[in-house]
Design a protein around this ligand. Sequence first.
Ligand code: CMC
Length: 434
Amino acid sequence: MNAKTQTQASAQINIDGKDLQCPIIEGSEGEQAIDIAALRKETGMITLDNGFVNTGSCQSAITFIDGEKGILRYRGYGIEDLAERSTFVEVAYLLIYGKLPNKAELEEFSTGLTNHSLLHEDMIHLFAGYPSSAHPMAILSAMTCSLSTYYPKSYDTPDDEQVDLDIIRILSKLRTIAAFSYKKSIGQPLIYPDNSLTYCSNFLNMMFAVPTEPYEIDPDIVRVVNQLLILHADHEQNCSTSTVRTVQSSGASIYAAISAGISALWGPLHGGANQAVLEMLNGIQASGDDYKSFLTKVKDKKTNIRLMGFGHRVYKNFDPRAKILAQSCEKVLSKLGINDPLLDLARGLEEEALKDEYFVSRNLYPNVDFYSGIIYKALNIPVDMFTVMFALGRIPGWLAHWKEQRDSGAKKIFRPRQIYTGANEQEYVSIEQR
Ligand code: CMC
């Protein structure tokens, strides 16, 4: 990881006449931060930043985003190139190990993923314990944590070799868990991984094959799944990735950290938005509303309705992932010969919102989730599996951040402060007198 660069400049904080000089740190793309590490020690004060809107929690060499210009790069490579020219497995290697793999490295990494796809047979019984209505994100998170019980060497300061093995296990087995949770929810027999298939083909086979008839894997669909996973693979310090780093900082196992990341991703303001977008589109269609009257409701703050799939904490211009997905969406639907009225509805909403003062003045543009749900639907992936697809894509990013933080040797536990607003000291009152 690049060491932080301290610039010549500094920021001066003056509190009650006392000055504190804070160094200014500059990243490799020129973004600057005020280093306030000495603030509390020197002044007794802390900063307050709800939602961490202005707070950098770490230095990282993995992903660069310029939200104003709509730029996203993994390890310096533009998302457009990676989505067009790479496979998901290559991108996973890039994020985790910092370079695009050569042929031999890719071969070794892919073989590892192939060889570690099976779950311990005892784990299969765990699926039976869930109701068939269980949300697959709950199963994925719980099973990821459960995996650690089969690999206890991951608990205690694992060495590099153990970490590499756990990384392979997580990337490979979570795909199996995701597909098994779907099969369980529809009551079909589990389809075990097939070592002759590539990463994404194997996933599609476990999801859609049945023992009674052959399942043909369409290479165009495999390409789209690769692309979807690549586009979701990392996004620097978002809610779930920060969660993974927070758990890592406590010294808990890599499985515990990834499981916590999956739980954080589940929420509708984060990864759950792709499910929420499709439910929103279905809801508009079922209510007979047109998109204009729906947008009127969104703009009325009293309704608390948001246009799901729009807006982003970082992108204040187009989300580059949404641009790529809007094109893929057209291609997939036309390849599959699907004429989905939800796509017309989504296009109408987008067009109308992009010229509406409410959305324009708040810099709200379509994000990655606006079109992904329509593609998943076209691929026959059920709605409550959408966020699981996001999670499968995000695993390499979480692993890369976990590893970067572990390799940096940083031993500081993440422990924010607060401003207490509760009662002042009170005298204890016994229960008879309350
Ligand atoms: N629909 C309507 N109004 C919105 C929306 C939206 N989707 N997003 C933001 N706003 C308004 C918000 O009401 C606020 O208005 P005002 O200034 O009048 O109070 C203003 O825009 C700023 O919103 P914010 O909530 O302070 O912005 P944020 O940066 O904290 O939130 C967000 C970012 C993604 C949570 C938010 O835009 C949102 O809720 N979007 C819908 C959910 C969604 O699509 N999430 C997926 C994000 S991309 C995938 C991922 O990385 O997880």
